[in-house]
Design a protein around this ligand. Structure first.
Ligand code: HEM
Length: 497
């Protein structure tokens, strides 16, 4: 009872706070200037700008020389340093990496991911990284990636688009890409095809749970730990969504791991499969001492992170890419010309302009919009900002991609040409500037796979279909840790004959 009473007081206080925020912020005209209010800190500015948080953060970074200290409400533990200065990024993610971990706060916020690679730190992270690297570079895994993407494309995506074209049905392209990536990631990570992309478009419990989890996790960053923990305990608000998501993840993985274990027992002398569950059930613990192949919860944690990493990011990238193409038909025409002149399904490397357009699209709409760090020891960043031990640091990858002082005056324009060098090849940019796949020892393990899948899907659609974005829909990102379009991307397709 006492707990519920305390919670009631907290909720009433938050309502009061929100009311006050809107009142105070409506009066302030320069939203890019962060005002530090007594007791409330800078939270009013954030709450007022929540619906356009990504763009607002870009404006604040631009106005504050790319780095600023955010002060949360007093005693809330939500103070953070925000920076997109490429010198600081390089310092934290690469040259001084050992001093910058996920940190205990991040692990608390991402507790649903448990011991998976996304939230892990220190020695466990190293074992997960090395074993993950070995898996992602295994010849059989690479072959499986190619074969399952090809068959999902030919046997599921193409028939689906053909039917939509034939019957002139509007489709949500974002949902289609999510299903495509969920099915392929599931084959690679669990050994099972979830068959979510089919003409019938079945309901996908996991997909909804993952979307809820990602949105609710965003809000955890803004609340004191005690508040969201209480909400979780009682099961209210966004925390109820996290609880439901966690139950769905657990039940899916319980089934998968149990049947995979049975298959392992009856496998005998046959070669084990190359999906991530089988790989970690047979993990070499003499090499990777901290892996726990006999622990189901551990396998669930490791593979859940991989499944989420594979599904959501690549589908987000493809959705924003097709939306940008609809706004820039000349880019679409150039890609189509390149595909028609050079395309050979076995050599996607030749599609330089397509690669440039994908990079440009991810610069403006990075699927993972934030990166977090926590400093182990006190330090001074190259920009001169001091960080004390345990400081929380946030890099807005979205804002970094839009900084005029980093990308030039045309930073907000979609221009694939900026990625083409004088000799017609691809111009490479340092990862401290193009941070879409992160940088240093924590660089994305799935980058190669993601680019392969994006190019295969994009080439197939652009070569064979025309699509039209349904007019009147509002295209804006959802407030989440993955940059999805809030209400999806409704399009109609027709065959390009
Ligand atoms: C366009 C697609 C993708 C983008 C933009 C992307 C981006 C990222 C980013 C920014 C990180 C760093 C996260 C952080 O440190 O907070 C990351 C890490 C990671 N990504 Fe990706 N990713 C993509 C696709 C994939 C795919 C398809 C997979 C595999 C199935 C994958 C697996 C991973 C893993 C395992 C990590 C953790 C690496 C580590 O911490 O050592 N990613 N990715």
């Amino acid at each position: 009872m006492a707990m519920i009473g305390l919670f009631g007081v907290l909720i009433a206080f938050i309502f009061f706070l929100v009311f006050l925020c809107f009142f105070l912020c409506k009066k302030s005209h320069n939203v890019a200037l962060l005002k530090n209010w007594p007791f409330l800190g800078m939270l009013p500015g954030v709450l007022f700008n929540l619906p356009r948080i990504f763009d607002w953060l870009s404006e604040v970074h631009e106005a504050n020389d790319m780095t600023f200290a955010f002060k949360g409400p007093w005693f809330s533990g939500t103070d953070m340093l925000f920076t997109v200065d490429p010198r600081n990024v390089n310092h934290m993610l690469s040259s001084n990496f050992p001093n910058y971990h996920r940190g205990p706060e991040f692990r608390k916020i991402f507790d649903i991911l448990g011991d998976g690679i996304v939230a892990a730190d220190m020695e466990l992270r190293e074992d997960l990284r090395k074993s993950g690297h070995a898996l992602f570079h295994h010849q059989n895994f690479l072959e499986l990636s190619l074969s399952c993407t090809t068959s999902k494309l030919k046997d599921h995506l193409v028939p689906f688009l053909d039917k939509a074209a034939e019957e002139n049905i509007g489709i949500d392209l974002q949902d289609v890409f999510k299903r495509f990536m969920f099915d392929t990631a599931s084959i690679l990570m669990t050994g099972y095809d979830q068959m979510s992309l089919s003409i019938e478009m079945p309901e996908v419990e996991f997909s909804e749970a993952a979307d809820f989890f990602e949105e609710a996790t965003f809000y955890r960053h803004l609340k004191p730990v005690i508040l969201w923990r209480l909400q979780y305990l009682i099961g209210v608000g966004t925390e109820r969504k996290i609880r439901t998501a966690s139950e769905i993840f657990n039940s899916l993985f319980a089934k998968i791991i149990s049947s995979r274990r049975k298959e392992e027992i009856s496998r005998g002398e046959k070669e084990p499969g190359i999906d991530a569950v089988t790989y970690y059930l047979n993990a070499d613990t003499t090499k990777y001492k901290l892996l726990k192949p006999s622990n189901d919860k551990f396998i669930r944690d490791v593979v859940l992170s991989l499944l989420l990493a594979g599904r959501d990011t690549t589908s987000s990238a493809l959705t924003w890419f097709f939306w940008l193409l609809s706004k820039h038909p000349q880019v679409m025409t150039k890609i189509r010309q390149e595909i028609n002149a050079k395309f050979d399904a076995t050599d996607l490397e030749k599609l330089v302009y397509l690669h440039a357009a994908l990079s440009e699209s991810m610069r403006l709409y990075p699927p993972v919009p934030f990166n977090h760090k926590s400093s182990s020891k006190s330090d001074v960043l190259p920009s001169g900002h001091k960080v004390v031990a345990g400081s929380k640091i946030v890099i807005s990858i979205y804002a970094l991609g839009r900084m005029r002082c980093v990308w030039g005056e045309d930073a907000s324009d979609f221009k694939p040409e900026r990625w083409i060098s004088e000799n017609g090849g691809l111009r490479s940019e340092p990862s401290s500037k193009f941070l879409v796949f992160s940088a240093g020892p924590r660089t994305c393990l799935g980058k190669r796979l993601a680019l392969l899948q994006m190019k295969m899907v994009a080439a197939e659609i652009i070569q064979n279909y025309d699509f039209k974005v349904v007019e009147g829909q509002k295209i804006e990102p959802v407030t989440s840790i993955i940059l999805r379009i809030k209400h999806g991307l409704k399009v109609t397709v027709s065959k390009n004959i």
